[in-house]
Ligand binder design. Sequence first.
Ligand code: B12
Length: 425
Amino acid sequence: MLGMALGIGVLLALLGCTATEGCVAPQELVSQLLQRLEGSVNLHEAANPSVLLAMNLAGGDRDGPIFKWLLQEIKEEAVKRAHKDMTSGQVALHVLALLSSCQDPQRVHALDQSIDLIHVLQQKTDEEMAQLETEGIPKTSLYSMSLDTLALCLAEAGGAQGPSVALAKRVLSPESQLSLDTRAMVALALACVYSNVELQDVQELLLEAFWTVSNSLLDEQEKGNGMIGNIYSMGLALQALQATREFYAPRKWDCAQAFSVVSSHDYQQPMAIAQVLPALVGRSYLDVAGLDCSATKDVSPSRQLLLSPTLGTHGVPRAPILVHYSITNTLQGKHFQYSTTVTVPSGSTLLQVLEVAAEKNPQIFSFETEMTSWGPMVVSIHGLAASTDDRTYWQFLSAGDALDKGVGSYKPHDGEHIQAVFSTY
Ligand code: B12
């Protein structure tokens, strides 16, 4: 079966049937999301490499001030923090952002310093692999390891083959329960290494792994009437399906159905837009390597609008709502469970609910957040902190179902019961 898929894939490639055929969203939607992404860039916050990566893949303006600011900040972050404070995945995202901006990640100069980001990435990937081999889990996550593998592969640096084999085995193992986003990122990484590897048995393993993932994504789409996982997994799922299209042929991908799901959602979060936008222009992270570095783009006048501040909702009174909130730890140390009900204006975020609960009763409901690329992440509640070493986190649920958004963007409704449960991943 696999051999046949490969044969047909090669044939299609020779005939010039590209992965993008028929799978491009309306230009209006692309421009709107690109504008939103550019408008999200805040000079007072850390630059997000995924945003620069997506802007480049979606044909954003490489001569514009936003692009230049992002690129400079990303270089500065790299020289300042890559060695010490960045996880392997964060280094990988910086490498991808630089490659997509036609920069050499082996020679990053900023603040009168230089760094070889590929060397740092190789070292950090080795650490991930070492822990995977000794403890069965990587230092951070298989998602990050996939990013590492993808970045090493696209930079044509050594060190991608070992992790790609480990990832392929994980994906094919019946015991491993990888999230959909992780499987999609693994597929992207393996599809890249597959094209560059010469050993036939390695090639076959990689092909089988990403072929399995792509088919499972297609199955999910069929079951979900176009939805693959949740709306925030769609970006990576679509990218994986674009990038591996010639390999699951003759099976057809109803990309129009998947695109209509994405098009009907009003993406607001910069990270969500950054992951979906490449797919909407028929590209994936794999296209980073093939971008035309000599091209400069005209600035579309409409993009200038972006920088206008978003209108506030001052003066509009909002009806109060009640939200029930509970915190539970039955996992570690002294177990606890506390509940409260807070009143907040309708339209408030969950973060505001947590803040009101903590104001009312700081002894019980105090909490801490950390800023991440997806917004504020709750890292501690009632003095109990999440830990990457123990693989614990505060999970948020409503009526027993895990929320598909974080506290900074989720808006509870009147009477809703939100639970924060100390959990493992
Ligand atoms: C791995 C992962 C996790 C791990 C992170 C731990 C770790 N050390 O790896 C764990 C299991 C803890 C986790 C938790 C949650 N996650 Co999560 N996670 C991911 C995943 C698969 C990869 C993130 C990553 O490693 N990126 C690469 C690194 C290099 O980038 P980074 O910026 O350093 O990554 C950090 C942040 O992304 C942060 N993080 C992870 N998830 C979330 C979610 C939110 C809302 C925030 C603010 C931060 C955050 O942890 C990462 C590692 O430190 C993404 C998938 C995706 N499409 O991006 C989902 C994803 C980001 N998570 C998601 C969600 C919903 C959550 C939860 C809110 C689930 C819940 N109901 O509790 C919680 C966060 C709750 C809280 N305490 O605030 C959604 C976010 C959607 C949205 N619109 O905001 C995603 C997109 C998955 C999805 N398709 O639904 N997650």
